[in-house]
Design a protein around this ligand. Structure first.
Ligand code: C2E
Ligand code: CA
Ligand code: CA
Ligand code: CA
Length: 281
């Protein structure tokens, strides 16, 4: 690269080699990490915009790596998807998230928390026993199916549509709700989604970022919110960072939001302070 001296080039090469070794190491470590219980969850509130009330939380996985410290999903989810470890990790996340929600509800029967949102990777969803995994996780936690919102990606619904749709139907028949995560970043359209068995659209942060500065972007989000409402889909706006964005979304009739403006992802012990009681205990 430009301006890179001989020493720079060598350093670049050894950095590359180092990164490759780390990736290889990570693949074996990922599998062991499940047995060693090295994964841990943070939770980010999902807020009813008008009332500023926390009605749900999204479970976000982190890896307590033996030597590298606390790693966010950016560092390992892709590798885990590639080597299949994501199936075990994801099913652990679902069980642990439901267990945690049951614990919060038991500690405060009047909590405003109604559900937990869990990310499901395409590989995890496509596993032959996924519907059964969900069933078992609910049963083990003593959780009602409507406590669970599964976040899937647009690409999942577009590929192998038939088997996926069958499983989505089975899950919804159980009473589990389905969300399309990062909506707008893929290729699906609202008219296509209309035929899909889904309940919630999570509108990607990239749409929210410019609603205060771009009239076009504002109009686009406004149109999506209106159309989604007409299609009986619930919209969750992701990545709300400013009060102004919250106000604009509220005016558009968007009912739910998530983002640093309300709360960053936090450890389980911090959740009860963020969730009010729905009714006096
Ligand atoms: P995601 O599902 O879109 O989750 C939201 C991500 O955006 C989280 O990052 C969250 O910390 C971040 N975020 C939330 N609000 C804001 C905001 O206002 N501003 C900004 N800049 N960021 C915000 P995180 O925890 O690093 O997760 C990244 C991605 O990793 C997630 O994106 C999801 O795709 C994936 N992921 C997390 N947990 C799991 C899991 O258990 N299974 C699978 N398969 N994927 C997971
Ligand atoms: Ca998500
Ligand atoms: Ca998302
Ligand atoms: Ca995202």
């Amino acid at each position: 690269a430009k301006g890179m001296g001989k020493g720079g080039w060598q350093r670049y090469q050894s950095d590359l080699a180092h990164a490759m070794v780390q990736r290889l190491e990570m693949r074996t470590q990922l599998t062991e990490a499940i047995e060693d219980e090295q994964f841990i969850l943070q939770f980010q509130p999902i807020v009813e915009i008008a009332e500023q009330r926390v009605t749900g939380v999204e479970a976000l996985v982190r890896w307590q790596h033996p030597t590298r410290g606390l790693l966010g999903p950016f560092h390992f989810v892709e590798a885990a998807e590639e080597n299949g470890a994501i199936v075990g990790i994801g099913n652990w996340v679902m069980r642990e998230a439901l267990r945690q929600l049951a614990e919060w509800k038991a500690a405060d029967p009047g909590t405003s928390l109604r559900y937990i949102s869990v990310n499901v990777s395409p590989r995890q969803f496509r596993a032959a026993d996924f519907v059964e995994q969900v069933h078992t996780a609910l049963e083990q936690a003593g959780a009602r199916p409507d406590w669970l919102l599964l976040e899937i990606t647009e690409s999942l619904v577009l590929k192998d549509a038939e088997k996926v749709i069958q499983d989505l139907r089975a899950l919804r028949a159980m009473g589990v709700r389905i969300a399309i995560d990062d909506f707008g970043t893929g290729y699906s359209s609202l008219s296509y989604l209309r035929q899909m068995p889904v309940d919630v659209l999570k509108l990607d942060k990239s749409f929210i970022d410019d609603i205060l500065t771009s009239r076009q972007q504002h109009a686009l989000v406004d149109a999506i919110v209106t159309l989604a409402g007409n299609l009986d889909l619930t919209v969750v706006a992701e990545g709300i960072e400013e009060a102004g964005q919250r106000t604009a979304l509220k005016t558009m009739g968007c009912h739910y939001g998530q983002g640093y403006h309300f709360a960053k992802p936090v450890w389980p012990a911090e959740i009860p302070a963020l969730t009010g009681s729905a009714e006096p205990a």
